[in-house]
Design a protein around this ligand. Sequence first.
Ligand code: AMP
Length: 222
Amino acid sequence: MSQVKLTLALSKGRIFEETLPLLRAAGIEVLEDPEKSRKLILPTNRPDVQVVLVRASDVPTYVQYGGADLGVCGKDTLIEHEAEWGGAGSVGLYQPLDLKIAKCRMSVAVRADFDYASAVRQGARLKVATKYVAIAREFFASKGVHVDLIKLYGSMELAPLTGMADAIVDLVSTGNTLKANHLVEVEPIMDISSRLVVNPTALKVKRELLRPILDAFARATA
Ligand code: AMP
């Protein structure tokens, strides 16, 4: 019979890489490299702990439904997930820690030749393409700017370049992606970092297993 008692949901890439040192601080080593393996379930040095690899936007869903006991995902992903479920606090995911990893910012960007400030000043109705519709809607509403939101699933930079949108709302880290596509960042919306999320039932039922890991993560990110 399987000895696994605790399942951690992570997405490949930056979140996976930057969570590894935190896991190490909790005495957990992931035994396979997701870039070299096609496996979706990765064993660790602890027979009772496994890692499942899911899409970033699926991490809150896995933790909410108990497919994983805990997970790591960006604040952006959490806000969008909660909005789908009726707003902040509605999902009931326990969010004990800002892990301060995978840091970046959510920003508005436009084509270099688009005068965003003047469009906003004149009360123009802006076409905004984004994957992050809840964040964009809330941001422009709080500024009193009227927008038509166009939902995209990726490559948002293309929307202003093809004339489909005036602006995009996207994550910016180094700014290289925007620069390569002749876009400029015109307004920051919020700082983003990754959060630890825990299934509330798991927190009660698997407290002895979870507590030392949460404590080690807290110490490592302090
Ligand atoms: P950069 O070129 O470094 O500004 O990175 C921007 C691109 O990477 C955009 O396509 C973003 O969607 C993506 N990106 C940057 N940082 C993150 C992050 N922390 N989490 C997820 N995607 C990110």
